[in-house]
Each structure stands twice: as C-alpha cells, then as structure tokens.
Design a binder for this molecule. Structure first.
Ligand code: DGY
Length: 316
C-alpha cells in the first residue's frame, strides 16, 4: 500500500480522500518536528508538503521510496527541486487556483497602508476617537497613481487587473517583457531604476530565486519616492528586512505592507514597533475556497500519478 505523508492539517477531508492509502496525517495546526518529518518520510511514496517544510537533500536521500512531492503553495523555494528531479522525483505546486486570492490580498494590503486602515482601527478601539477632524489619519489616494509590479507573472497580472478599477498607471519590471500581460492589463515595462524611482506603490509578487533574492535593499529604498508605499506578498528574502525597517523608521518611504518575512515566522523586531507598516501572517492564499481547492489539487495529483501514472499538469 502506498504511503502518503501530509505534513499539516488541511481544510479538507484528507483521510476520506486518501482511502486505500497508508496515510500519515499530521492532524495539527503546527509544523512537523524535523526528526518526525524525516522519520515519517523514510518509507513514503508521496508527500504533501507545506511551504514551511524544508524538503532538502537530507530528506530526499532519506526518503528512498519517494516518487512525488506536492507543495501546498505556488512558491516552492522550500524544496530542492533540482536534486529531487535528479533523483527522479516529481515535484508539483498549486498554481492558478490561488492567483486571484493572493492578488486580492496584495490589493487589500495596498489600500490598508494607503488609507491607514489598521492604524485607524487601533486608534478607534483604543478609545482615542474624540470627534471628526480635518487632519485625522490623512492617507494617500490610489486613484491614477503609479503602481509598480515586481513579478509580472500570474499573480502580478491579476493584481494589475484589480488596479485598473482605480485607473492606476500600471508599470512593471523584470528580466523580460511580458507582451500578453501588457495587452491584458495595459501595463508598461520600465527598466528597474526608472521603475523604482517613479512608482508611488511598489508591489512584490515575485517568487524567490537567486535572481530575486535581496532585490530590495537600502540602496533601492533610497531611490524610491519619499511618499512610496512598499508591499510584499511574494517571498520575504526578496527584501532585506532590516533595511526596510530602517527606511520606514527614517521615513525614506511612506509605508509598507508585508505578508511574508525574511526568516518566517520571525518578524524583524523593529517592524513590530512601527505604525507605518501593516504586518500579516502569510495569508496570501488563505480563503476557504482556495485552500480547499489547493488541497484537492494536491490529493488528485498524487492519486492520478500513483494510480494511473498520469504526469501532473502542475509539475514545476
Ligand atoms: C504561496 O502559495 O506560495 C503563497 O505564499 C500564497 O500565500
């Protein structure tokens, strides 16, 4: 009987959908301890991994029967994909189904920071609202401002579509032009320097890889507009978090909204004390519909591959 390891509790009837398999299901909302993960995957045929699980050489070498890894995320920087492939293991993720959901969260962060929604909520709950005043929580408009998208793939383009409703001037940068995306969203390509220095909002939706790691450091923040707002729903290490904290503290930029962090689940301590940043606990794809669909895709990919030998369409 094939063994499937599901490393964390999913909003999905895992046990029922994997009937006929030997399942190890970590039915808890906490990450599996590394030793237990190594132990349980020793004889596993398939793994449903979370973005917080390190699927590295050690684990792959230890999992002698492993045939397929399905990551419960679109990002897969937690997996040594090259090594897994060398070993003949199929690696999949959950693309497409979380695109709009993650784009919506990026938009929610952008508008929250621009209109100081979280700060104003804290103020009201703290009993400090003593009446309307012309200067209370002045924010900045989105309407017709320039929004720069770093990572103009599926999520970046879905985010661009949200921005069109606000008549924003959409620009993007990257290694290459995306002509389809330009046509669909009316976005313009800009070289990195111009992108950084002219955008009112910079929104990171890119995956983490060696070309995106530490793209945003103090040098980049210094080149941004003093009024710029920086959003990251991609991956934490695309940004040097201590540099971002410095930029926010010293008002080199206006504000930031983050869903991802350099060393998750740690958040740079200086960010915690700042009012001009909204901090979310990596919930980009966290809606009931999307998380269910992600789980369904993971389980179907495993079953179709192990039972019918079907190569998954979502292989990375
Ligand atoms: C993912 O799935 O990789 C994203 O981080 C969405 O939250």
């Amino acid at each position: 009987m094939n063994k499937v390891v599901v490393t964390q509790k999913l909003p999905y009837p895992v046990v029922e959908k994997l009937s006929g398999y030997n399942i190890f299901y970590n039915d808890k909302d906490t990450q599996m301890d590394r030793n237990e993960l190594l132990m349980q995957t020793t004889d596993a045929d398939a793994i449903v991994s979370m973005l917080s699980d390190r699927i590295d050489k050690e684990l792959i070498d230890n999992a002698k029967k492993l045939k397929i890894i399905v990551n419960y995320a679109v990002g897969f920087n937690n997996i040594d994909v090259v090594y897994a492939k060398e070993k003949g293991i199929v690696v999949c993720n959950t693309p497409h189904i979380l695109t709009e959901t993650t784009a919506e969260l990026a938009f929610a962060l952008m508008i929250s920071v621009a209109r100081r929604v979280v700060e104003a909520d804290r103020f009201t709950r703290g009993g400090r609202f003593k009446g309307w005043t012309p200067n209370l929580f002045l924010g900045t408009d989105l309407y017709r401002k320039r929004v720069g998208i770093f990572g103009f793939g599926r999520i970046g383009q879905a985010f661009a579509r949200c921005c069109r409703g606000f008549e924003m001037d959409i620009v993007y940068t990257g290694k290459s032009r995306k002509f389809d995306g330009e046509l669909l969203t009316n976005a313009k390509y800009l070289p990195f320097e111009e992108f950084v220095s002219t955008s009112d909002f910079i929104v990171v939706t890119a995956p983490l890889n060696e070309s995106t790691r530490y793209t945003f450091t103090i040098d980049t923040f210094k080149k941004m507009k003093r009024d710029a707002i920086f959003i990251n729903v991609g991956r934490g290490p695309i940004v040097k978090e201590s540099d971002l904290a410095f930029a926010l503290k010293n008002h080199l930029i206006r504000g930031a909204g983050l869903d991802v962090y350099e060393n998750e689940p740690e958040v740079h301590p200086e960010l915690i004390d700042l009012e001009n940043v909204v901090l979310l606990p990596h919930i980009g794809s966290a809606t009931e519909d999307t998380r269910y669909n992600m789980a369904d895709l993971c389980i179907r990919s495993i079953r179709n591959f192990l039972e019918k030998g079907e190569r998954p369409w979502n292989e990375v």
